[in-house]
Ligand binder design. Structure first.
Ligand code: COA
Length: 284
């Protein structure tokens, strides 16, 4: 049976040259290559391709499928799934997230659905923080807002806000539902007040439609001081929320790690790599 997997790749520190990008593009499915080539900014293309390479590395190195045989599909809500049948690991589930400096993958077997979300603890929109929170008021319950506003400074309130955000997205992504899910139905109860980089927090609980739901287990940590990550797992039966079973640290990957088992799925495309190199890294 496969082990649990938590992988992270720092996309902000990754500065692929033309050759690296040609390699990366040649290792993913053609429709993903097309999708990623359409991003306007390099940062978005890098984040998304890192997620795709992690998925394939996982399917190849952990699940034992030959790289070029792996076939991912997407549900109508966009959630990637493995098309190949897995007689050895029938109840595996996995999910990817990318935001700020990081792309992450979380995977488990054992019958739980899994969702992961990473967020940078920073707000760069045009509004001030109180205005930003006001526009987001319907996404969180009054209990959650009380927790967020219990912190004394805007930066600590923002950290709590994004912690809740990651938890909520983790649930949405485990369920694979996407936009349209009523986020007010899900309300988190946090015991550990603040996350840290050297600890996995496991004591968070969730109420769904006002009722505590012990089938959910959460793993939360900071990947670095400015990035929060949550893994949400939904089991078929109630779980102990203090159990450390399956709670793992994220292992940091290099680009060489991501492509180590790679096999070409499409021919190296110099024009696509030149186009990537000519793009701006970010909108600012
Ligand atoms: C699609 C969605 C579920 C996750 O997207 P996101 O948080 O913007 O982005 P993340 O980086 O965490 O995840 C993106 C990856 O998740 C995967 N994914 C896409 N759709 C998914 C879905 N419906 N369920 C689970 N995973 C999904 C993909 O691997 C995707 O990467 P890719 O498109 O490069 O292949 C999200 O856009 C969404 O619909 N959210 C609705 C809930 C909401 O409004 N939340 C606000 C928080 S309070």
């Amino acid at each position: 049976m496969m082990e649990s997997i938590r992988w992270a790749f720092n996309t902000r520190l990754w500065a692929p040259n033309k050759g690296d990008w040609m390699t990366a593009l040649s290792l993913i499915q053609p429709e993903e290559k097309e999708r990623i080539s359409k991003f306007v900014f390099r940062k978005d293309a890098k984040s998304s391709i890192a997620g795709r390479l992690m998925l394939r590395k996982f399917a190849s190195e952990v699940l034992g499928l030959p790289w070029s045989d792996v076939k991912f599909g997407r549900t109508d809500k966009g959630r990637p799934f493995l098309v190949n049948s897995l007689p050895e690991n029938p109840d595996v589930d996995f999910n990817v997230s990318h935001q700020g400096s990081w792309a992450v993958l979380a995977a488990n077997c054992g019958g739980s659905k899994i969702g992961v979300d990473v967020m940078e603890l920073e707000y760069s929109g045009g509004k001030n923080i109180p205005e930003f929170f006001h526009t987001m008021r319907r996404q969180f319950t009054s209990e959650e807002w009380s927790h967020i506003y219990s912190f004394p400074t805007e930066s600590t309130q923002l950290a709590s806000f994004y912690r809740h955000w990651c938890l909520k997205e983790g649930v949405v992504k485990a369920l694979g539902v996407g936009i349209g899910f009523e986020l007010q139905r899900v309300s988190f109860q946090l015991t550990t007040q603040e996350l840290s980089t050297n600890m996995i927090t496991l004591d968070t609980q969730v109420k769904i439609d006002g009722i505590l739901d012990n089938r959910w287990q959460f793993e939360e940590t900071l990947l670095d001081p400015s990035h929060s990550v949550a893994v949400a797992r939904q089991f078929d039966s109630p779980q102990s929320n203090t159990s450390t079973a399956g709670a793992l640290r994220f292992i940091q990957m290099s680009f060489d790690d991501l492509i180590a088992s790679g096999d070409q799925l499409t021919k190296p495309d110099e024009a696509a790599a030149e186009e990537f190199i000519s793009k701006e890294e970010t909108p600012w």
